[in-house]
Design a protein around this ligand. Structure first.
Ligand code: COA
Ligand code: MG
Length: 291
C-alpha cells in the first residue's frame, strides 16, 4: 500500500473526509493526535466509524497507544469488534512488543469471531534511542507483521535534539540512520518498509522530492497527515510507464536467454539483481493497477 493517511480518531469530520481521498490506507489515530482527556470519546467515534464504513478501500487501520501507557488494552477492546484491517503500534521497542501484541490480537479475534491472524500489525520502530539497536529483532516476531515505519519527532525528543532537519529541510544524521535501519529491518522481516510523515503539508515539491528519494531507496509507501499529500505519494510510489517498459524488456531478455545468469541489453551487462529489480517494478505496477 502506497499512501497511509493519518486521521485523528476524535474528528468525525476528518474521518468522513478521509474516505473521499485516494489513500490506500487510513490510520485512525488514538495516540499522539488525541489529548489524554479525549481518549475515551476518540475510541467511541473510531469504533462507529469502522463499523459504519463497509468498503474494501481504503484499508482501515487504528494506531493504538503504546504498550507502556496502560491504554493499549482499552483501545483494542474498543475497536477490535469493528474488525480493523490492522493495528499500528507506536514506540515499539523490539520484535518482542510485536509478539506481545500478536497474543492480545489472537485473544480478541477469538472473542469477536474473527479468523485467527486476520488483523495485521505495523510498528513505528524508531521512536526511542534504545529502539535503534533492535531493528533486526522484527524478523520472525509475528506472521501478522506487514509493515515497519519510522518516526523522527518522538526520536528527536528522546535524543534531546532541537530539530531533526537542517536549514535546507534535509534530515540530519541520527534520523537518516533511523530511516536506513527501518528500511533494512522491514525488508529483513519481509514487511513493507513505509517512510515517515512529511509534516510541512503546504510544501508539495518538498514532499515529492522526499517520496522519490524514499522510493529509490526501497521504501514502498509513505504516511501522510493531510489529504493534499495523497496524490503526490500515490504517484511517486507507482512505477512510471517508462520504468514498466524497461522492466518488461529486462524480464523478456532473461526469459529469451533461457533464464541465463547474465544478459546484455544495448551494450549493458545485466545480471540477477537487475532481474529481481525489474520483477519488483512489475509487481508494484500490478498492485497499483488493482487500487
Ligand atoms: N484527514 C482527513 N481530512 C483532513 C485531514 C486528515 N488528516 N487533515 C485535514 N483535513 C481536512 C480538514 O478538515 C479540512 O476540511 P474542510 O475543507 O472540510 O474544512 C481540509 O482537509 C483542509 O484542511 P486544512 O485547513 O488545510 O488543514 P487543518 O488546519 O484543518 O488541519 C492538521 C491541519 C495538521 C491539524 C490536519 O491535517 C491533521 O489533523 N492531520 C493529521 C494529524 C495526525 O493524525 N497526526 C498524527 C500522526 S503524525
Ligand atoms: Mg508520535
Amino acid at each position: 500500500m502506497r499512501s497511509w493517511l493519518f486521521v485523528p480518531g476524535n474528528s468525525e469530520k476528518k474521518l468522513a473526509k478521509s474516505l473521499a481521498t485516494a489513500a490506500d490506507a487510513v490510520i485512525v489515530d488514538l495516540e499522539d493526535s488525541v489529548a489524554l482527556n479525549d481518549k475515551e470519546s476518540a475510541r467511541v467515534i473510531t469504533s462507529s466509524f469502522l463499523r459504519e464504513t463497509s468498503r474494501a478501500s481504503p484499508a482501515l487501520w487504528v494506531r493504538v497507544n503504546a504498550l507502556d501507557t496502560g491504554l493499549t488494552d482499552e483501545d483494542l477492546d474498543a475497536v477490535m469488534a469493528a474488525r480493523p484491517a490492522g493495528i499500528m503500534l507506536p514506540k515499539s521497542l523490539s520484535g518482542k512488543d510485536v509478539t506481545h501484541l500478536d497474543a492480545k490480537l489472537t485473544v480478541l479475534e477469538a472473542r469477536h469471531n474473527i479468523d485467527d491472524g486476520d488483523t495485521q500489525i505495523c510498528v513505528v520502530a524508531t521512536e526511542t534511542a534504545a529502539s535503534l539497536f533492535t531493528l533486526g529483532t522484527y524478523m520472525g516476531s509475528s506472521p501478522r507483521l506487514s509493515a515497519l515505519t519510522w518516526g523522527a519527532e518522538d526520536l528527536s525528543a528522546d535524543l534531546g535534539a532541537q530539530t531533526s532537519r537542517d536549514g535546507d529541510g534535509k534530515l540530519t544524521d541520527p534520523y537518516r540512520l533511523a530511516r536506513a535501519l527501518c528500511l533494512s529491518g522491514a525488508v529483513a522481516a519481509s514487511a513493507q518498509p513505509l517512510d515517515t510523515v512529511f509534516v510541512n503539508f503546504h510544501n508539495e515539491p518538498g514532499l515529492k522530492e522526499e517520496c522519490e528519494a524514499a522510493c529509490s531507496d526501497g521504501f514502498t509507501g509513505k504516511m501522510a497527515i493531510h489529504p493534499n499529500q495523497i496524490d503526490i505519494i500515490n504517484q511517486a510510489f507507482t512505477p512510471s510507464l517508462d520504468a514498466i517498459q524497461r522492466a518488461q524488456v529486462i524480464v523478456a531478455a532473461f526469459a529469451d536467454a533461457g533464464n541465463a545468469g547474465v544478459v546484455a541489453i544495448d551494450g549493458e551487462m545485466l545480471d540477477r539483481p537487475h532481474l529481481r529489480r525489474a520483477e519488483t517494478v512489475l509487481t508494484r505496477a500490478e498492485l497499483a493497477k488493482n487500487k
